[in-house]
Design a protein around this ligand. Structure first.
Ligand code: X5A
Ligand code: ZN
Length: 627
């Protein structure tokens, strides 16, 4: 199942016609360079081209008032002076005789994308649109936005396809107040936004954008605002918010559809955002959302005003949507003090609404937080505004290799590593061949059914002496091989039975009954990202409490590491998992664990205690600053 790309050149045909310093950055080139970059990199050709359409009045009225729609309808016939005067009704926006037409196409593009995804024509997709939408309100244009493309798309999906829960992730650097207002009392739409805030000094300077605005009435808890109070936020800060706030809540919410307000003014070099996260991070943010809602994800362009960083970020987003492994993450030193304060504040404001955030440890050991360097700065220097050109990567042609017995059908999307005659040595030599092909990047990932996982692990370690291996073990086993404790492997062991205390920084036992997705998001992901392995070794032995969908989610999430190089070892008793594992490894969306997998108090407390103990060594695990 493919990726839709919705685009039409017509949306480049309006521009600012008078002098307005607040609006000069919103140019037609934003769209042309983004689209050209997708064509130049060959990404556009891999997508399913999807035409735009004009949204109907009824579509627009799903969010906007009749009066406002009628007013905008008159703008194509206005003189320049009329347009200027009309513009004065609103903040930081401009009108043009062709903007109404483009605004209808921008909404229509988002709806075409929803149609393509919901009818199963594609798995996911991106719409490149102008004007953006997330600032526009029921009866007002705002911040370059005329109609609220994404808010309309959410209502449309609910109405036309009986979608129940929609998650809207707004990673644009501005607060999409229009989206927030459209759903503030609606528990069926979870709106998440991070935004430059600077204690209400930054546009749109609303009290409503702070962390304690959580939604109203039945919708309380379904608005999540993460204010950035300093500029210069980096990859670590963005990832920390995903791991410790968005993802745990998203898994608990269990959306049927994910919409992204995909603004790239949150990337380095942007004159509005002044943040320092690199375009690479969007490959990861996208990847991390791609297994929610059975993979149904629609990204709709919002802001982004540095043409270089915008077009690179668009490419990296689409690359992930297409299923390519994200590039290795760069400089993850852990979140800065200001980001930690925001994270702590959001988590405590939402504690009463989400069980994954309850029972959190309130106070950090002060030496951990004070030792941290702050990169969130008052000013970002010019020297910090250079970033490397994203590597031109080619995913290996063959994706998933399997070492499985002859009598087992090779799962769809996999190819079998041939075995030698001698049964006794054949598994080991095939496994060695598989590891070699992974190391040479000839294949992306692999799967082996083995009779003894511990021996197989030891065997793999023997063939990867120079590599950093992240070993994730699932199930109750006493007999893990003597693991090297020199930092060449990091082992995280999930079990329902009590395990040893951590022996060293590189062995982390996790004992939980439920709440496995929460542990995957807020413990395993931060550890893994910070460790930055060359290879992920995921093993499964019998006696595990992790169900099939949680397992598939794990397989999906871990493919964001090590350039996608994941090797899964399954012990013979767990044969039933071969098919579902192969399916996730070859890029199919994981099934959803369902809203009932929410963790209990005991598990969350245990998890928080463990995280707390490990924060000194692993900064990305931190969730509190000095509020
Ligand atoms: C969509 C978007 C920004 C408006 C900034 C106004 N709008 N100062 O990024
Ligand atoms: Zn923006």
């Amino acid at each position: 199942m493919g990726t839709a790309l919705v685009f039409d050149e017509e949306m480049t045909r309006y521009k600012l016609l008078w002098f307005d310093p607040a609006c000069v950055i919103e140019t037609p080139e934003r769209l042309t360079v983004s689209h050209e970059a997708l064509v130049r990199t060959g990404l556009a050709a891999r997508c399913v081209p999807t035409p735009v359409r004009e949204a109907s009045d009824d579509d627009i009225l799903l969010v906007h008032s009749k009066e406002y729609l009628e007013a905008v309808k008159k703008t194509p016939y206005m003189t320049l002076d009329d347009l200027k005067e009309f513009t004065l009704n609103y903040g930081d926006v401009y009108f043009h005789p062709n903007i109404y037409h483009c605004a209808k196409l921008a909404v229509g593009a988002a709806l075409q994308l929803v149609d393509a995804v919901m009818t199963g024509k594609v798995r996911n997709g991106m719409a490149l649109v102008r004007p953006p939408g997330h600032h526009s309100m029921r009866s007002a244009a705002s911040g370059f936005c005329v109609f609220n493309n994404v808010a309309i798309a959410a209502k449309y999906a609910q109405q036309k396809y009986a979608v129940q829960r929609v998650l809207i992730v707004d990673w644009d650097i501005h607060h999409g107040q229009g989206v927030q207002y459209a759903f503030e009392d609606d528990p069926s739409v979870l709106y998440f936004s991070w935004h430059r805030y600077e204690h209400q000094e930054f546009w749109p300077k609303l009290r409503d954008s702070d962390y304690d605005c959580v939604g109203k009435d039945k919708g309380a808890g379904f608005t999540i605002n993460v204010p950035w109070n300093k500029i210069g936020m980096q990859n670590s800060d963005y990832l920390a918010v995903f791991c410790h706030v968005l993802l745990p809540v998203a898994y608990e919410f269990c959306p049927d559809l994910v919409l992204v307000c995909a603004g790239f003014d949150s990337a380095i070099g942007d004159p509005e955002g002044e943040m320092c996260a690199t375009p690479d991070i969007f490959a990861h943010l996208t990847h991390l959302l791609m297994n929610l809602a059975g993979g149904k994800l629609c990204a709709v362009l919002e802001g982004g005003y540095n043409l270089t960083s915008l077009s690179q970020s668009v490419c990296l987003t689409v690359q992930s949507l297409l299923g390519d492994p994200p590039p290795r993450p760069t400089d993850l030193q852990g979140p800065c003090q200001s980001a930690l304060e925001s994270i702590q504040c959001v988590r405590s404001a939402h504690r009463k609404y989400w069980s994954c955030l309850q029972h959190a440890v309130q106070r950090p050991p002060s030496d951990v937080s004070t030792k941290l360097e702050a990169h969130g700065e008052a000013r970002v220097s010019k020297a910090d505004l250079v970033w490397p050109q994203p590597a031109r990567h080619l995913p290996p042609a063959l994706c998933t290799a399997a070492v499985i017995p002859e009598d087992l059908l090779c799962p769809l999307g996999c190819f079998r590593i041939p075995r030698e005659q001698d049964v006794a040595v054949s598994t080991w030599s095939s496994l060695a061949a598989l590891v070699g092909r992974l190391q040479r990047n000839e294949i992306r990932n692999g799967l082996a059914l083995v009779s003894d996982v511990s021996m197989a692990m030891a065997h793999v370690f023997g063939h990867t002496p120079k590599q950093r291996v992240l070993a994730v073990c699932v199930g109750d086993t006493e007999a893990l091989p003597g693991l090297p404790e020199d930092g060449k492997t990091l082992t995280v062991h999930f079990s329902k039975e009590a395990l040893d205390k951590p022996r060293c920084k590189y062995y982390i036992p996790v004992c939980l009954k439920k709440g496995l997705m929460q542990a995957a998001c807020s413990l395993l992901l931060p550890l893994s990202y910070q460790y930055d392995p060359d290879l992920v070794l995921l093993t499964r032995v019998p006696g595990s409490h992790m169900d099939q969908s949680e397992w598939q989610q794990l397989v999906g999430l871990l493919q964001g590491l090590a350039g996608g190089h994941v090797l899964v070892l399954i012990q013979e008793g767990e044969k039933a998992l071969v098919g579902p594992t192969a399916s996730s490894l070859s890029g199919s969306p994981a099934s959803s664990p369902g809203p009932l997998s929410a963790p209990g108090a005991e598990d969350i407390e245990a998890l928080e205690r463990l995280k707390y103990r490990l924060t000194t060594d692993w900064k990305l695990l931190q969730t509190s600053g000095e509020c």
